[in-house]
Design a protein around this ligand. Structure first.
Ligand code: PLP
Length: 477
């Protein structure tokens, strides 16, 4: 029931004292005056509270349960980070510079910490999301090659076929030609394939490491050497840094441009497109092209530097999503060196625990140690049972669990991509394994049951295709 259907004529959620001042007569121009009353629900306070509490309880979130969404790092985020962010909630970006000294210092220090974590020399915190960071990084690459007089010949960006969809999209938006690299049998970049594409027409190679199959690119140092030999830049999609944080650094692997998703790895709850932050770290030779302002270290702390003649300009208003930065800053400081390392150790351990347990029944796409996530290849399973990956995902909802990412990466058929994250206990992981085992059993003995799932959710199976093609945004009874 919508709040409008709960409306009763004349019901109110407030009581105001009797009017005892002179009425102000304001004459509005005729065309601005309403012809009819606004359509607002008339409800009491308790109606409103119950309505929204009821809606909220229908929502599944990481605060309610396990959320193994591969390539999305849906982890539990400590509430103290929210607390710290709320301290800054009243800041306004137009405030005089001298009243935001603390905020500038925070951004400056955060930048330094993130540079240290990624092994880069400078960084912008301005981009508002991962994809936005990718675009920013590629615009920096473009400006760099333009400056060197090489833009004419360097038109291509190489992207593996396992990449997140935002990679080729960002490269195309930045005006490059996207060339897909076919992954090797082992799920990694195939050096022979790379060689056939790599020459001076290549501007950038975009890689995700560990890649979206959860596998570490074992030849990364060779790839970096090959890229640099032809004068190309190496771009790192670090949306999910969970696996390597504190263990190794993209900068040390030879990457020139690195993007991070603070809203995945560094403690901002996300999903449904909430505020994010996609900082871009660069090696020193690319620093002159960063968006302005950059945080510059001074004797007294940090300052905002707008004087960057070769900058690509601003990519977002002011400094980016500042409160997301506060959460990341709190997270890094409270975790410390050891804590961040422990995060990646646990993320990898948890993923391998699930991989080992689940591959007794399901087929892991690659039979080797994974990093923070792994992929199940259900092609055989579908042939055998007629139950599809989508059915398994829907059935998990009946077991009270959020489904993992499905049908991604595109190179694995009927893929299920699982990322448990470091914040889950063995008990929770075992609950998930249990559910997956039960579903396996159901798929083998009563496939129709799984195909009809979910049974316990507020709405059953939605028509995903029509929902995207013909979305209805207005409620009509
Ligand atoms: C999430 C993700 C992105 C895009 O980040 P957004 O903030 O959603 O734009 C890019 N690459 C990978 C590997 C991701 O997981």
């Amino acid at each position: 029931m919508t709040i409008f259907e709960k409306s009763t004529r004349g019901r109110k959620g407030y009581e105001l004292p009797e009017y005892d001042v002179d009425k102000l007569e304001i004459k509005l121009p005729e065309h601005l005056v309403r012809k009819s009353e606004p359509m607002l629900p008339e409800v009491s306070e308790v109606d409103v509270v119950r309505h929204y509490t009821d809606l909220a309880s229908k929502n599944y979130s990481v605060d309610r349960g396990f959320y193994p969404l591969g390539s999305c790092t849906m982890k539990y985020n400590p509430k103290i980070n929210e607390d710290m962010a709320s301290l800054f909630a009243n800041l306004h970006p137009m405030q005089p510079r001298e009243t935001i000294t603390g905020a500038v210092k925070l951004m400056g220090h955060l930048k330094e910490l993130l540079c240290e974590i990624t092994g880069t020399d400078d960084m912008t915190l301005q981009p508002a999301a991962g994809a936005h960071g990718e675009l920013t990084g590629l615009l920096i690459a473009r400006a760099y090659f333009e400056d060197k007089g090489e833009l004419e010949k360097r038109k291509k960006v190489l992207v593996p076929d396992s990449a997140h969809g935002t990679n080729p999209a960002s490269a195309a938006m930045a005006g490059f030609e996207v060339v897909e690299l076919k992954s090797g049998e082992d799920g990694c970049v195939n050096l022979e394939e790379l060689k056939t594409h790599l020459d001076e027409s290549v501007a950038v190679i975009m890689l995700t490491n560990p890649n979206t199959l959860g596998l570490f690119e074992k030849d990364i140092l060779t790839i970096a050497k090959m890229a640099h030999e032809v004068g190309a830049l190496l771009y790192y999609d670090g949306a999910n840094l969970n696996a390597i944080m504190g263990r190794t650094r993209p900068g040390d692997m030879g990457f020139d441009i690195v993007h991070l998703n603070l809203h995945k790895t560094f403690s901002t709850p996300h999903g449904m497109g909430g505020p994010g932050s996609g900082p871009i770290g660069v090696k020193a030779r690319l620093a002159p092209y960063l968006p302005i302002p950059v945080m510059k270290k001074t004797e007294r702390g940090y300052d905002l530097d707008y004087n960057l003649p070769k900058s690509i300009g601003m990519v977002r208003s002011f400094y980016g999503n500042f409160l997301v930065m506060v959460k990341a800053y709190t997270y890094i400081l409270t975790m410390g060196n050891k804590g961040l390392k422990h995060v990646s150790d646990m993320a990898v351990l948890n993923a391998n625990y699930l991989r080992a347990k689940l591959s007794k029944l399901y087929n892991a796409s690659h039979d080797r140690m994974c990093m923070h996530e792994f992929v199940i290849d259900n092609e055989e399973f579908v042939k055998k049972t007629g139950v599809k990956t989508l059915d398994i995902a829907k059935r998990l909802l009946d077991y009270g669990l959020h489904a993992p990412t499905v049908y991604f990466p595109l190179i694995v058929h009927e893929a299920i991509m699982i990322e448990p994250t470091e914040t889950e206990s063995k008990m929770t992981l075992d609950t998930f394994v249990d559910a997956m085992e039960k579903i396996y059993e159901e798929a083998t003995t009563k496939p129709e049951l799984v195909k009809g799932a979910p049974y316990s959710t507020p709405v059953r199976r939605l028509d995903d295709v029509n929902a995207t093609k013909y979305p209805i945004f207005r409620y009509k009874k």
